[in-house]
Design a protein around this ligand. Structure first.
Ligand SMILES: Cc1cc2nc3c(=O)[nH]c(=O)nc-3n(C[C@H](O)[C@H](O)[C@H](O)COP(=O)(O)O)c2cc1C
Length: 158
């Protein structure tokens, strides 16, 4: 069985709603394909996630708000905790990123991308950045992201 890990953090609401949409999209895709037994979906907030979660994941989707032009402190804490235990052990695994931002989001994106590039994770989807209010289009994009990862893992095409 493959594992899709979704790790996110927020003190607010929007990024959590994006995480829910990613997970929902993944679960729906597996249900439609009757492939629930082939992919395990693990959703954790950053403080609850650690190196073992990443080592066991065949793909990972990270979610963070943009705070002060950077990823959230808890996402940075997660990446700091997992970096050395996972360095050299997760190379090539696919990842994607979603960001809840006020008006930009590029600082959060570049800060996460710099670190996961150091882990040699492989970007498998463009970052989803939601500026201002969460719209149905962004929710759908998050659901599609989850579905793409889950279905890709299920058929070995990610
Ligand atoms: C402390 C703090 C710093 C922020 N800094 C930025 C920023 O640098 N750029 C930006 O676009 N939005 C910034 N924002 C706005 C949040 O990214 C935005 O409100 C986002 O929707 C929060 O998502 P959430 O509901 O998941 O917390 C900041 C918000 C807070 C609370």
């Amino acid at each position: 069985m493959k594992t899709l890990l979704i790790v996110f953090h927020t003190h607010g609401v929007k990024t959590a709603q994006m995480a829910e949409a990613v997970a929902r999209g993944a679960q729906d895709a597996l249900r439609e394909a009757e492939a629930q037994d082939s992919v395990r979906i693990v959703v954790k907030r950053c403080p609850d996630a650690g190196a073992q979660d990443l080592l066991e994941a065949d793909a990972v989707i990270l979610g963070t708000p943009e705070n002060f032009g950077y990823m959230s402190g808890m996402m940075k804490d997660f990446l700091e905790r997992v970096f050395y235990p996972c360095e050299g052990k997760v190379e090539g695994r696919p990842y994607a990123l979603f960001i809840g931002a006020g008006q930009d989001g590029s600082g959060a994106r570049s800060s996460v991308e710099r670190i996961v590039t150091g882990l040699r994770l492989r970007k498998a989807h463009d970052a989803i950045i939601c500026v201002k209010a969460l719209t149905p289009a962004v929710i759908e994009a998050c659901e599609t992201l989850g579905a793409t990862f889950a279905a890709g893992l299920a058929i070995g095409a990610l």
